[in-house]
Design a protein around this ligand. Structure first.
Ligand SMILES: Cc1cc2nc3c(=O)[nH]c(=O)nc-3n(C[C@H](O)[C@H](O)[C@H](O)COP(=O)(O)O)c2cc1C
Length: 200
């Protein structure tokens, strides 16, 4: 049975900002007909041993399986900016995708990235780039945010042409500004539209 195409919104979030962005990206996906959305998170990693997290997270979205990644029609991937790069739990998940790479399961599917950071110039764009690199190895097609989204010009907080972002400041503010919300939703809508166009 053919399943309905879906956008996988896959993320890691420790304090909730990226989690909040994921919801708005999903709202953008929902504006497009004939495609669904799955929101999934990745478990934390242990700093000392290979401890498995409980199979069901205590809160929030279910943990993502490799099958859910393999079978998506498009991907929106999000991480907090950690030292200008994606957070280790997300990289750890990606580093388990060799079988998908070997079998070319993600080739020609669209992907986009989003991030949250505590400072304006603390590496938001670089973090999004860090998520783009392994997905290009997978043969995915990167989808950014064009400047026809006027919020990109007007925003005084997050928002980049490489992907949506949120400025959380050093208070870990999880509430998005109206511009940040609009850009997340525009990104969700755009990845859904591309996914349907590229779908084989
Ligand atoms: C280990 C670590 C590294 C961080 N590095 C940066 C950084 O390089 N630039 C920045 O602006 N914020 C940095 N932050 C702040 C987070 O990016 C920010 O709090 C983000 O909003 C957290 O997202 P979350 O609420 O989804 O967990 C760092 C936080 C941690 C814990």
């Amino acid at each position: 049975m053919n399943q309905t195409p879906y956008i996988l919104v896959l993320f890691y979030s420790r304090h909730g900002s990226v989690n909040e962005m994921a919801k708005h990206i999903a709202r953008g996906v929902n504006k497009v007909n004939d495609i669904e959305v799955k929101i999934r998170q990745v478990p934390d990693v242990s700093d000392s041993t290979k401890v498995a997290s409980p199979a069901i997270p205590e809160e929030g979205a279910p943990y993502c399986t490799l099958d859910e990644l393999a079978e998506c029609t498009g991907l929106a991937i999000g991480s907090p900016s950690y030292f200008g790069s994606m957070a280790a739990p997300l990289k750890h998940f990606i580093d388990q995708t060799s079988t998908l790479w070997l079998t070319g399961r993600l080739i020609d599917k669209p992907a986009c990235g989003f991030t949250s950071a505590s400072t304006m110039h603390g590496g938001q764009e670089q973090c999004i780039h860090s998520m783009m690199t392994p997905l290009l190895h997978h043969g995915m097609v990167w989808v950014g945010l064009p400047y026809r989204n006027k919020e990109l010009i007007n925003t005084a907080t997050g928002g980049t042409p490489y992907g949506a972002s949120h400025l959380a400041n050093n208070t870990n503010e999880t509430t998005l500004t109206e511009d940040e919300k609009a850009l997340c939703e525009a990104q969700g809508k755009r990845i859904a539209e591309f996914a349907l166009q590229l779908k084989k």
